[in-house]
Ligand binder design. Structure first.
Ligand SMILES: Cc1cc2nc3c(=O)[nH]c(=O)nc-3n(C[C@H](O)[C@H](O)[C@H](O)COP(=O)(O)O)c2cc1C
Length: 183
């Protein structure tokens, strides 16, 4: 069975909706998804602590990272998780697992790309294999990947619905793609 973890933070629910779309895509390709939403209570005096989570992550074929963009980068809650992954890094426990990422922002040009760039750096430090967006419909498609990011899902929060349907579709595809790549 293909095993995919999605580790993410969400305060007001839009990143949570993206995570559910990624999970849906992965499950359609036969993956078992372990979704973990980072909680404030995981963080004690500024440090993320959850040994059971890191045990679980060691056993995955892929780990997909998610966070809203706050002030041009990942949230402090996600960064606390990433900092705590340094022990897994030192033992290279995530080496050769697939990695991917998704984010959402409130502004069309809110430095949102920086967050997936950060996820890519994190994955590369862990010697993981990065999976970006495949965009068969090309640039400027209105039906898929509407902000034309390549590194990961970059979504723009919708004032009406929270998560725009095209962003949801792009997130589903990312989950499918990661699952397809696992042999
Ligand atoms: C403290 C804070 C900082 C933010 N910084 C940015 C930003 O730099 N760029 C952007 O596009 N949106 C920014 N936003 C908007 C959030 O990314 C957006 O509301 C997102 O949908 C929240 O995700 P959530 O619903 O999963 O919590 C910020 C929001 C907050 C609360």
């Amino acid at each position: 069975m293909k095993k995919i973890a999605i580790v993410y933070f969400s305060q007001t629910g839009t990143t949570d909706a993206l995570a559910k779309a990624v999970a849906c895509g992965a499950e359609t390709q036969g993956a078992q998804v372990f979704a973990y939403r980072i909680l404030g209570s995981d963080i004690f005096e500024g440090r993320f602590k959850n040994d059971a989570l890191f045990e679980e992550l060691s056993d995955m074929d892929a780990i997909i990272f998610g966070s809203p963009t706050y002030m041009g980068g990942p949230t402090a809650q996600f960064k606390a998780f990433a900092d705590a992954s340094s022990e897994s890094w030192s033992k290279q426990r995530w080496k050769n697992k697939f990695a991917a990422g998704f984010t959402i922002g409130g502004s069309p040009c809110g430095e949102v790309q920086s967050t997936v760039e950060y996820f890519n750096v994190l994955a590369t430090q862990h010697s993981m294999l990065w999976v970006g967006i495949d965009a068969p419909e090309g640039a400027l498609s209105k039906d898929f990947n509407r902000l034309n990011a390549s590194l990961g899902v970059v979504a723009l929060a919708d004032t009406e619905s929270g998560l725009h349907p095209v962003d949801a579709k792009t997130a589903v595809r990312l989950g499918e793609r990661v699952a397809e790549l696992i042999r």
